[in-house]
Design a binder for this molecule. Sequence first.
Ligand code: HEC
Length: 172
Amino acid sequence: MTAKGHRGQRMLDSGKRRAAQARLWMGKGFAALGIGVALLGVTAGTARAEPAIPDDTLVLRLRQADPAHGERAFRKCRLCHKLDRGVSGSLGPTLYGVVGASVAGDSGYRRYSEALRTLGGLWTLERLDAYLKSPKSAVPGTSMAFVGIADPAERAALINWMNAHSDNPVEY
Ligand code: HEC
């Protein structure tokens, strides 16, 4: 290669470096912007009294739910739960038929928390969605030691999967 060629190559290299630095800087800028937007979202979120998501989006999510996704996601629950009729898990109640059923309705499970026992009512789709999103905030005092699932599609897939293991599946 000629000297000129080398110089050309060097100029090219430094050009690439500058471009890379610019990309890095822009990346940081965007990250900072992202954090700003996220913070804004959090403050806006705490200011709202009611969740902005109407229930029909849950029905949409349920209709679009993929059974294979639900089965996969249920691995997170299997440590404590079973989906067999009348069989409590090692640590938690059975989830067979739980969709649409009475809260704390597994008569074979003796270790329900006071919080769940006194909650009353049914496991509606909305309630289940909220409980799976964040057990502790949906039912303060619950003994379900599970952090929750942030992804709305994954929660829907799980509810749909549980609903498929039931004598009376809920229609949606
Ligand atoms: C570490 C163990 C553990 C894991 C993991 C876990 N759970 Fe639970 N779950 C429990 C316990 C314990 C209860 C009873 C809670 C109470 O009495 O407050 C419960 C209760 C429930 C209930 C209410 C049942 C009823 O009879 O009213 C549902 C629904 C439920 N879990 C769904 C799930 C799903 C879905 C997953 C996976 C995404 C999951 N849980 C993961 C331990 C667990």
